[in-house]
Ligand binder design. Structure first.
Ligand code: ZN
Ligand code: ZN
Length: 285
């Protein structure tokens, strides 16, 4: 049994013609888990062969705009493209504050929701969602797939969480950890211990520090550098390190430079690339 990671969006808050906003698709068993829902997520999801109406759950690492930019599009599109009567609500798992953001987003689309309910006889209620807020512990156990969360450190953004997705069968346990935005911290090291893969957001502090605007340089203090993500992968003993959320966007031809920064700290396989890059993670032991 394996878990498939698809980097749907590898971008950042800065709009980029080639990169959608932060979002990662996890296919495990017959479940499809969407982690964060940045700008352009539904177009990338379609390109990956998925859709809003087949998602098993939405997992949110935190409530920064780049990670939730298309939350409204996701909820509305799932609602209007689900044709079964009494559709099951979309589980949304995130840190405290998620319920408020989801409710406010649905309110922002209140006129649209009203138009559609008035127009279509088979749409009688707003988009069904089921929000669960967590900072620690097991949050999902369904058909052999377990998800646990742990707090991360993206202060002053708080609370923020990372997810560990595991699928066990007779061949062993496949596992993937999604760190979100964070500086190195003990709770992430523990959550990621022994995982098959660690998906980590990264910034190039060496490049960002050279930018004249202080507001841009501010972002260095609450993100991991490429080397710091590599060091986290080494401490946790993960199988593969997957880098995403590149700040700044990786310039064409510079992938190996980024890889080398992580490889100075971590000697396992390092995956990085463009949107829709896929990584297959097998069971370990
Ligand atoms: Zn963030
Ligand atoms: Zn971010």
């Amino acid at each position: 049994m394996s878990i498939e990671i698809t980097l749907l969006g590898t971008g950042s808050p800065i709009p980029d013609p080639q990169r959608a906003g932060p979002s990662t698709l996890i296919r495990v068993g017959d479940q499809q888990l969407l982690v964060d829902c940045g700008r352009g997520v539904l177009q990338r999801l379609a390109a990956a062969g998925g859709s809003a109406n087949t998602l098993s759950a939405l997992l949110l690492t935190h409530l920064h705009s780049d990670h939730i930019a298309d939350l409204g599009d996701l909820m509305i599109t799932r609602w209007v493209t689900t044709f079964t009567p009494d559709p099951a609500p979309l589980p949304i798992i995130g840190p405290p504050g998620t319920a408020e953001v989801v409710a406010a987003t649905l309110q922002a689309f209140g006129h649209d929701i009203g138009y559609r309910i008035a127009h279509h006889a088979d749409l009688t209620a707003p988009p069904p969602v089921q929000v669960a807020e967590h900072t620690d512990g097991q949050v999902w156990d369904r058909d052999g797939v377990r998800i646990t969360v742990a707090p991360t450190d993206h202060r002053p953004v708080t609370p923020t969480i990372a997810f560990r997705v595991e699928h066990a069968d007779t061949a062993g346990t496949a596992s993937v950890v999604l760190a979100g935005d964070t500086v190195p911290c003990d709770s992430l090291d523990k959550l990621a211990a022994g995982a098959g893969a660690l998906v980590h957001t990264v910034i190039r502090k060496d490049l960002i520090d050279a930018i004249p605007q202080q507001r841009i340089r501010d972002i260095c203090d609450y993100h991991s550098s490429v080397a710091e993500a590599g060091a986290t992968a080494r401490r946790a003993g993960v199988g593969t390190l997957v880098l995403t959320h590149y700040v700044p966007a990786i310039a064409p031809g510079q992938e190996e430079q980024w890889r080398a920064l992580a490889a100075a700290e971590f000697d396992g396989p390092i995956e990085l690339g463009d949107d829709l890059h896929r990584v297959e993670v097998s069971a370990r032991g």
